[in-house]
Design a protein around this ligand. Sequence first.
Ligand code: HEC
Ligand code: HEC
Length: 461
Amino acid sequence: MRWVLGAALVSTLVGAVGTSRRAGAHDGQPAALMFSNAAGVLGTATADGRVDMSNAFFADLGTNGRTCFTCHRPAQAWTITPAEVRDRFDRTGGLDPIFRANDGSNCAAADLSTVESRRRSFSALLNRGVIRVELDVPMGAEFEIVDVDDPYRCGAPLTSASMYRRPLPTANLSFLSGVMWDGRASKAGRAIEDDLIAQALDATEGHAQGVPPLPAQLREIVRFELGLVTAQMRDHGAGNLGAAGARGGTAPLSRQSFCIGINDPLGMRPPVPGACLAPTTTFDPVVFTLFGAWQDSHSPERQAIARGEALFNTRRFVIDNVPGLNGAVGDPVFGPIQSGTCTICHDTPNAGNHSVAMPLNIGIAAASRRGSDMPLYTLRNLWTGEVVQTMDPGRAMVTGRWRDIGKFKGPILRALAARPPYFHDGSAATLEDVVAFYDTRFNLRLTESEKADLVAFLRAL
Ligand code: HEC
Ligand code: HEC
């Protein structure tokens, strides 16, 4: 129980206002909150070493009982897992504020009359931990939605789409280059901090069905979020992830510097506040430098993590047909990238997200991957008549552009073990599933032991 300083706090903190906890020391690494998970222990460090429960992040600012904390949980790396959602359903008979029809249920019109009807109405949230994001097709879009094969038969008009997406963590945000899976909270030329203020406003009006909070409250939320740093601290097999020369855990991460475009393979420097000032340096594929010291460790588990890190950084494969990168006319790269690595897209040092806002279509929302619980939209290009099917049009619902269909941002890769399932739609239940996806998608031909090493590394982040 030594590692679980935060568990008691959080089980009692629902509704608690004004309490806070001092930081606990963990193997020399200060973290304000610690939680056990399947892989070991997760930590969160805050800007001042405390968690201020009086922050507006935890306050009921809307009308449906929800707070930011309803869907963004420290034990789950500041997102929420289906296990937590199911537990909450069982404890409350499906009446916890996360179970609201505005975006928690499969359809906006949901039968909430009995426990069993609620279980059916919230099945996507219960099974995948996804929230319904409903957006209208933008004005002037290059496409129209001509059909939807909807497993839930919501009956929504074809002028909008319901997309089922995982909440993103509200931690490690100082590494962001774009806000939301489809970047819709980011505006060209606007600082990430201001994007986050706009996001907090939307979240209060949308998720919590509230009136706009005071500007001071929005700033307070964003200051809090920006101070949160979360990472796995301890691994059941490898022990303290910051020991024997390794640099896992929250303390090294909170010292990691970042500017937008920091290690971009294409040398992009978008004209936004927070972009790197220094002239373009050459791309370094060695993005993660946390576990190199464990290469010669006497512990097999530590060695596996070090080998996984090296695979992530340097394993070569061909990257082709990725719209946004090299899959379509007008993309920045012409033709296949012959010696690609995971880090071509996951290029931010020791955080792993895309260091520039560059939504990509790696095929997660493709019709061929469809599970029976996801809608399938048919989109028609108004100018060419071309037709495409997708589970989630992604960035295209923000820009209205045909070429943006199926594009999503490359997310931060820290604290993964605490927050399955993965990808924007929760379609990869485990990190093994993530690795299997990439093995097939990019024809990596990993051996079973290489897959295990890669998973061990991802689990230690
Ligand atoms: C009902 C659940 C729910 C509630 C309540 C909620 N969020 Fe979220 N949050 C989500 C989902 C789902 C996404 C991802 C949506 C997308 O990208 O399309 C998200 C994304 C975010 C992101 C984007 C992070 C990134 O990496 O881009 C931030 C920041 C965030 N939420 C902050 C907040 C704040 C602040 C509040 C309270 C005002 C809040 N959320 C309330 C579900 C929720
Ligand atoms: C061509 C760009 C690209 C390459 C190469 C790439 N990724 Fe990704 N990665 C992405 C994008 C984009 C997403 C988000 C996709 C989505 O959810 O729709 C993602 C998502 C992920 C996630 C899920 C994170 C989460 O929060 O759900 C993991 C884990 C991951 N990638 C690991 C890897 C590994 C391991 C490799 C190398 C084998 C790799 N990626 C190679 C672009 C890439």
